[in-house]
Ligand binder design. Sequence first.
Ligand code: ADP
Ligand code: MG
Length: 317
Amino acid sequence: MEFDLIAKHFTRATPGAVLGVGDDCALLAPTPDMQLAVSSDMLLEGHHFSPQDSPAGIGHKSLAVNLSDLAAMGATPRWATLSIALPTANDAWLTAFARGFFRMADLHGIELVGGDTTRGALTISITVMGEVPPGQALRRDGAQAGDDVWVSGVIGSAALALAYRQGRLFMEQVDAAKVLPALYLPTPRVTLGIALRGIASSAIDISDGLLADLGHILQRSHVGATLEFAALPTLPVVQTYLEHAVARDCVLAGGDDYELCFTAPVAKRDAVRAAAEVAGVAVTRIGQIHAAPGLTVRDADGQPLPFERTGYDHFAA
Ligand code: ADP
Ligand code: MG
């Protein structure tokens, strides 16, 4: 049963591996002289998705959030393992989940080489492995005073969609339809991360909220930053809700964007724009790194904007 399930849904050709699914271990031959970048993310029903969500969407998102970590490191995706607990072996659900998962995998050239399958409350734990040339990984500890702070794409959409879904913000249905895809079908910025090797001084992906995640860079780099609220890139529809405190909070501290926040020297502005061009994603300069610790957000008049929280905390009361 379990083996049929694995054979049917999770076994694919893996030309990039010596041995894929089916033995006690996968066998991988990393490219000589490359470093392996490894990351795991766990998704739980009720926390990261709800039972009525589309299984294909869950497959997409669970791999996308893991690929986002490789993107934030500037690593080229290679292999993944998938550990999944399922309450029942629902064939239709698994077929759709695998479709979403492998579509995302094929887009980014990552191969599923193993995992574990067990009965239990729906839980998905994925480990991704990627490769990066020595010394070129985009770490959190490289931001320098004077660097620009950049962000890819637009932010706040996924958090706004969640606020709408949870009834914390009223949105017109046509407006909600414009932000909901960001919540269910995030795009990992893999190509951008790779293009920023040797250009960005630090990077992180925005999973818990812009301020919280930039805060990790600041802490690890022993620097501070000042951001311009008016510079933060959002969808036009998000702009129309910014009079609401909930919407401002979504932009500053909302999670689930999976955009990259990164720093780069001022002298690399053209190189950053060229990398963005290669990756086909917009990048926006949102502020500056400085030696003095602390994170300030300024409004259009240059006044500090108060904010209540910096991001999502899994252990908050
Ligand atoms: P073992 O008992 O040796 O751990 P398993 O029965 O758990 O073996 O798994 C058999 C094979 O199927 C292994 O190669 C394992 O990596 C793979 N596998 C199990 N579950 C999954 C899954 N959800 N996705 C991909 N591969 C899986
Ligand atoms: Mg096992």
